[in-house]
Design a protein around this ligand. Structure first.
Ligand code: PMP
Length: 435
C-alpha cells in the first residue's frame, strides 16, 4: 500500500475544496466565500500592452522567456525596493535593507511556505492571531508546528495578551521553541481589521525583548496593504524595524494587480536571504521570469499607481454596497448581528448571535445553501487551541457584483430568519465594530 510521509499525513485538505464543490453543485449560488479579486477591474489592457512591447523586441523577448535568477529579476527588485519605501514615505538612507534583501516569489504564499521550511522544526511554536488566514494555518500543521493564538479586537492582535502568552512560555521553558509571530496587519483576512500603530510598536518591542536564546521574528503579511480606501495609512512594522533584524515583510501583486501573475515578494533580515534562497533553489530556482518582466514594466510606469488608485474606488464602492445591504437586512433594533467595517481589502467579519451557528453542518449553513449564498464559516479561521467560536462568518465582497452583493445579503437574511426569530438582542464579540 502507498506509504506517505509523516508530513503528508499532517497535510489537510484546504477548506477551499469544500467551497469549490459547493459552487459546482449549486450553479445559482452567490459565493461570498471565495477570496478572489474583482474580475471586471483586472488589468487586461495594461498587461497586454507591456507584453506586446516585451515580446515585440527580440532582445527583451529572449531575456524574458529565458530562465531568470532564484532571487528575482534585478530591475524589478530595485523597483520593489523603491515601492516599499514609498509606501512608508522613507528614503534608502532611512532603512537598513536594500534590494539585495528582497526575494521575488511565486505569490506571497510560496514565501509563507518557504519561510516555514527555513525557520521551523516540528514542535516549534508559531503565534498567530485568532482568527487568522486559514491557508497559513494549513502550512503550519503540515510542517508539524504548534500554533498558539492571541485574540484580536478592533485594533488587531491584542498585544497585552501576546505579552502574557510569551511570559507564560518563558516560565514554562518553551520560549526557545517560539520562532515566529505571524500577523496579517492590514485589513486582515478574515476580519478586515488593521493593527494599530501603538500595537505595531509594542509587538516589535516584544519580539526584541523575548529574543533570548534566539531571535523571535515577526512575519508581517501585508498582502492587502495597498488596497486602503478609508482612513489614514499606518506604517508597516518593517519600517519600525530600523536594523532590519526582527521583521520579515511579505507582500504580493495578486491583490493590487492580478493573482494570475502569481508574483509576491519579501523584505527580510539579511542573514535570512541566503538560507531562504537555498530552499527556493530546490523548489523552482526562480519564479516566472516573463511575469517579472511584465511587472517590471508596469511598476516602472504610472500604470501601476493608476490601477491601484482605481481599485481602491472599486472596493470602497463594493464594501459600501455590502455594508448598506447588511444594515438594511439586519437593523440594530431587531437583530444582534454585528460586523466589522474594513478600511481596505475585501473582507467583512460577521458575528451572529449564539443561536445562529455558522459551521458547515449548521442549520444556518444548510439554509444558506438552500437560498443560494455561501460564506466562510468562522471556525475555519481558528486553530483548535481552545474553544472555537462557531457563530462567525467571513464575507468577501471582492468577486460578486453590486447586484449579487445585495441579493446575497437578502438570502443571508432569509436563512437567518429560518433558524432564528431574530428578536433576541445579545452582545457578541467585536461589539462596537458595527457598520
Ligand atoms: N496572505 C494572505 C493574507 C492572503 O489572503 C493571501 C491570498 N489569499 C496570500 C497571502 C497569498 O496570496 P498570493 O500567493 O497570491 O500572493
Amino acid at each position: 500500500s502507498l506509504k506517505l510521509s509523516t508530513r503528508s499525513d499532517q497535510t489537510g485538505d484546504t477548506p477551499i475544496s469544500y467551497f469549490m464543490q459547493q459552487a459546482v453543485e449549486n450553479p445559482n449560488l452567490i459565493s461570498l466565500a471565495a477570496g478572489l479579486v474583482d474580475p471586471g477591474s483586472l488589468p487586461a489592457e495594461e498587461v497586454r500592452a507591456v507584453t506586446n512591447d516585451l515580446l515585440g523586441d527580440p532582445r527583451t523577448a529572449q531575456a524574458a522567456l529565458q530562465y531568470g535568477t532564484t532571487q528575482g529579476y534585478g530591475p524589478l527588485r530595485d523597483k520593489i525596493f523603491q515601492h516599499v519605501l514609498a509606501l512608508d514615505k522613507l528614503s534608502p538612507s532611512n532603512v537598513a535593507f536594500t534590494a539585495d534583501d528582497i526575494v521575488v516569489s511565486t505569490g506571497s504564499q510560496q514565501l509563507l511556505y518557504l519561510l516555514g521550511e527555513v525557520l521551523l522544526d516540528p514542535g516549534d511554536i508559531v503565534i498567530t492571531e485568532a482568527p487568522s488566514y486559514f491557508v497559513y494555518h494549513g502550512i503550519l500543521s503540515s510542517l508539524g508546528i504548534r500554533t498558539l493564538t492571541v485574540p484580536m479586537d478592533e485594533h488587531g492582535m491584542d498585544t497585552d495578551a501576546l505579552e502574557a502568552l510569551l511570559t507564560r512560555l518563558e516560565k514554562s521553558g518553551e520560549l526557545p521553541r517560539v520562532k515566529l509571530i505571524y500577523t496579517v496587519d492590514y485589513f486582515q483576512n478574515p476580519t478586515g481589521l488593521t493593527l494599530s500603530l501603538a500595537r505595531r510598536r509594542y509587538m516589535l518591542e516584544l519580539a526584541r525583548r523575548f529574543s533570548k536564546t534566539q531571535r523571535l521574528l515577526i512575519l508581517e503579511d501585508a498582502a492587502y496593504r495597498e488596497l486602503r480606501f478609508d482612513g489614514d495609512d499606518v506604517p508597516s512594522i518593517k519600517s519600525l524595524d530600523r536594523e532590519n533584524e526582527y521583521v520579515i515583510l511579505t507582500m504580493t501583486f495578486s491583490k493590487p494587480l492580478a493573482p494570475g501573475l502569481k508574483t509576491g515578494y519579501a523584505v527580510m533580515p539579511r542573514d535570512l536571504v541566503g538560507p531562504l534562497l537555498r530552499f527556493k533553489g530546490n523548489h523552482d530556482f526562480g519564479s516566472s521570469n516573463l511575469n517579472q518582466y511584465i511587472l517590471d514594466r508596469l511598476l516602472g510606469s504610472a500604470t501601476y499607481r493608476q490601477h491601484v488608485q482605481h481599485l481602491r474606488e472599486v472596493y470602497r464602492a463594493k464594501r459600501d454596497t455590502l455594508l448598506t445591504a447588511l444594515a438594511e437586512e439586519f437593523p440594530t433594533s431587531s437583530s444582534a448581528l454585528r460586523w466589522t467595517t474594513p478600511e481596505g481589502g475585501f473582507y467583512v467579519w460577521l458575528t451572529c448571535p449564539p443561536e445562529i451557528e455558522t459551521g458547515p453542518e449548521s442549520r444556518f449553513m444548510q439554509a444558506c445553501l438552500r437560498e443560494g449564498v455561501l460564506y466562510v464559516p468562522g471556525a475555519f479561521c481558528y486553530v483548535k487551541d481552545g474553544a472555537v467560536p462557531n457563530a462567525e462568518a467571513r464575507l468577501c465582497y471582492g468577486v460578486a457584483s453590486h447586484d449579487e452583493l445585495r441579493e446575497a445579503v437578502r438570502r443571508l437574511g432569509r436563512a437567518a430568519h429560518d433558524v432564528s426569530p431574530m428578536e433576541k438582542i445579545r452582545m457578541p464579540a467585536f461589539a462596537g465594530c458595527r457598520g
